[in-house]
Design a protein around this ligand. Structure first.
Ligand code: NAD
Length: 391
């Protein structure tokens, strides 16, 4: 049996999900077994609790200890966005494989450095776009590729949640411009990645970004307000390289919506509808139905939609959010074992980050951005970004 030593950075929402997923993935990964070696968090109590709860051998308040630890083969990064680059690059320099949460980097220039460093070092990488690990998303991709929808004519995608709606929600790392953009990076990266996963590259976009809540308490309950410099809502019109167009929204002030990550894809022979809040289902419409009986039908996830079968032998019983993370970690273990990218790796996250950067540029310049132009203008765009976002 080959052991794969895991070092986890961060023990919050995602840190717990990663720890559970690494443990669960070991049930399916055969003779290559993840071992929870060490966990780091700047909050020592949180690190110690996580070590006890999930069975890490040791804990630390200094993430660099994980980089120096010879027993660790994979660094799993769940810290706030602005630490992703420094922690990933240190891990890569030490020859470790890296799983990093999304968004990978504050901007595409840094994301580019990260994926190139990983390629040069010959280490494997993965980024936490867990929602596309859903068996129903794999099915949707297959149905599109096999022509069940005919020619694709449109994409409407959204990632809307409401956790930032109240102006009383305090300033936090999610609003820290040194970590990157706002909703368009935090939520937009998921739906942009999903759009690319299903339909391929986007090569043109127009974006309109809004900051709805202009200032927030600097900490919970404080009366001192701190200005918000990142977007709450991003509305994009996009053109895919395959020819069809689409609309995409990222929104973290969408009252009432807890996890409206979804899409509608229309084609000349049929359509698909997906909503993460009911992610064990895919709605499928096919032309050619009898008059008076026309309509979408629901495909329910079951063991025939691999890798649902790993978790449950019966259809309709459903898998959950943390199972998607388990699939992600399992695929990363397989990718490390085989040396073949399963992804989304740092290179794919860089492509997604370019769309996020282009959205900022488009919104500021009130103009369409084409990707061949973005390549040329990236340096300029980055300079403008820094001037406007990083004070
Ligand atoms: P969180 O605030 O719940 O947890 C962050 C943790 O990191 C905290 O325990 C904090 O103490 C620790 N931390 C802060 N600075 C650190 C440092 N320098 N070194 C080590 N630990 C540090 O945040 P979260 O919601 O878990 O988000 C973390 C990351 O996961 C973000 O990049 C976020 O975008 C991403 N995320 C991804 C998903 C997904 O579905 N893939 C969902 C939520 C968050």
């Amino acid at each position: 049996m080959r052991k794969l030593g895991i070092g986890l950075i961060g023990t919050g929402f995602m840190g717990k999900s990663h720890a559970m997923a690494w443990r669960a993935a070991g049930s399916f990964s055969g003779d290559i077994q993840p071992i929870l070696v060490s966990v780091a968090d700047i909050n020592g109590e949180a690190a110690e609790n996580a070590a006890n709860q999930f069975g890490f051998k040791r804990w630390t308040t200094t993430w660099q200890d994980l980089i120096d630890d010879p027993e660790i083969d994979v660094i799993s990064i769940t810290s706030p966005n602005r630490f992703h680059a420094e922690q990933s690059l240190a891990a890569i320099a030490a020859g470790k494989n890296v799983h990093c949460e999304k968004p990978l980097a504050p901007d595409s220039l840094i994301a580019e450095q990260m994926y190139q460093a990983a390629e040069k070092a010959g280490v494997m990488t993965q980024v936490g776009f867990n929602y596309i690990k859903n068996p129903m998303l794999k099915l949707a991709k297959q149905m599109i590729a096999e022509g069940e929808l005919g020619d694709i004519t449109g994409f409407r995608g959204i990632h809307a949640e409401d956790f930032m709606t109240s102006p009383q929600v305090p300033w936090s790392w999610r609003l820290d411009p040194t970590g990157g953009a706002g909703a368009v990076a935090d939520l937009g990266s998921h739906i942009l990645g999903m759009a690319r996963f299903l339909l391929g590259p986007i090569n043109e976009l127009f974006a309109d970004l809004d900051t709805v809540v202009k200032s927030r308490p600097e900490s919970a309950g404080s009366t001192i307000l701190k200005a918000v410099e990142v977007d709450d809502i991003a509305r994009l019109t996009v053109k895919f390289a395959r020819g069809c167009g689409g609309h995409i929204e990222a929104n973290w002030v969408a009252s009432g919506h807890k996890m409206q990550l979804g899409f509608e894809i229309t084609g000349t022979r049929g359509s698909l509808i997906f909503n993460q809040e009911r992610f064990n289902e895919l709605q499928f419409y096919q032309f050619g139905q009898n008059d008076g009986r026309n309509g979408f039908r629901t495909i329910v996830a079951g063991p025939e939609h691999a890798p649902y079968n790993l978790f449950c032998p019966a259809a309709g019983h459903q898998i959950g959010f943390n199972d998607l993370k388990t699939i992600e970690m399992l695929e990363f273990i397989q990718s490390i074992a085989s040396g073949k990218v399963v992804g989304p790796d740092f290179k794919e996250a860089y492509e997604i980050q370019k769309l996020v950067d282009a959205s900022l540029v488009s919104s500021r310049e009130r103009s369409w951005v084409r990707f061949n132009h973005v390549e040329v203008r990236r340096q300029d765009a980055q300079a403008r970004l820094e001037a406007s976002l990083i004070k």
